[in-house]
Design a protein around this ligand. Structure first.
Ligand SMILES: Nc1nc2c(ncn2[C@@H]2O[C@H](COP(=O)(O)OP(=O)(O)OP(=O)(O)O)[C@@H](O)[C@H]2O)c(=O)[nH]1
Length: 194
């Protein structure tokens, strides 16, 4: 069975739930007391998709402002970016738009963008209407889902949608020449999940 490697990075404000999404996807776990990411963390998960195995190489970046300058190291060479906001925090949606602008200016030209409105279990505290976010995502041709890492809503679906959108040639290009980068950075920044 063919193996595709897909490098994916997660971007977004601190506290929106990037690491929690990755932990839910990779380990099917959720930690309400998870620590903020320092620098970045790296995890992989291989899943079967149709007649192929898809290995996701996932870079979870730190959302805190002091780490912002590191982000290009992780989105460069990525086949896809999952930009996460918190549906209960309007500010985090504005930050998401800034990430979209930055990717347009400095990211890989064909990067697949997925927008995840996380914490959709907290409907009573919603600040970002789903329609507004969906309309914005459509306007930039991005994948859009509302997710809950806590309740395992739409987490696998984001990655499946990414798989569907990345042509085979792009996935190969996205992972070629990565070995030095991964070998060096994993040892610096590996975190235990959850
Ligand atoms: N209710 C709810 N809480 C969540 C969800 N996802 C994450 N959280 C909580 O939100 C807080 C921040 O989660 P993280 O995963 O660390 O957020 P992050 O975006 O990785 O933050 P940085 O590492 O600082 O960039 C934690 O207390 C999580 O438990 C969710 O879907 N629902």
């Amino acid at each position: 069975m063919a193996l595709r490697e897909l490098k994916v990075c997660l971007l977004g404000d601190t506290g929106v739930g990037k690491s929690s999404i990755v932990c839910r996807f990779v380990e099917d776990s959720f930690d309400p007391n998870i620590n903020p990411t320092i620098g970045a963390s790296f995890m992989t998960k291989t899943v079967q998709y149709q007649n192929e195995m898809h290995k996701f190489l996932i870079w979870d970046t730190a959302g805190q402002e002091r780490f912002r300058a590191l982000a290009p190291m992780y989105y460069r060479g990525s086949a896809a970016a999952i930009i996460v906001y918190d549906i209960t925090k309007e500010d985090s949606f504005q930050t998401l738009k800034n990430w979209v602008k930055e990717l347009r200016q400095h990211g890989p030209p064909n990067i697949v963008v997925a927008i995840a409105g996380n914490k959709c279990d907290l409907l009573d505290s919603r600040e970002v209407p789903e329609k507004d976010a969906k309309d914005y995502a459509d306007s930039i041709h991005a994948i859009f889902v509302e997710t809950s890492a806590k309740n395992a809503i739409n987490i696998n679906e984001v990655f499946v949608e990414i798989s569907k959108r990345i042509p085979v040639a792009d996935s190969a290009a996205a992972t070629s020449g990565k070995s030095f980068k991964l070998g060096r950075q994993v040892s610096e920044s590996r975190r235990t999940c959850c």
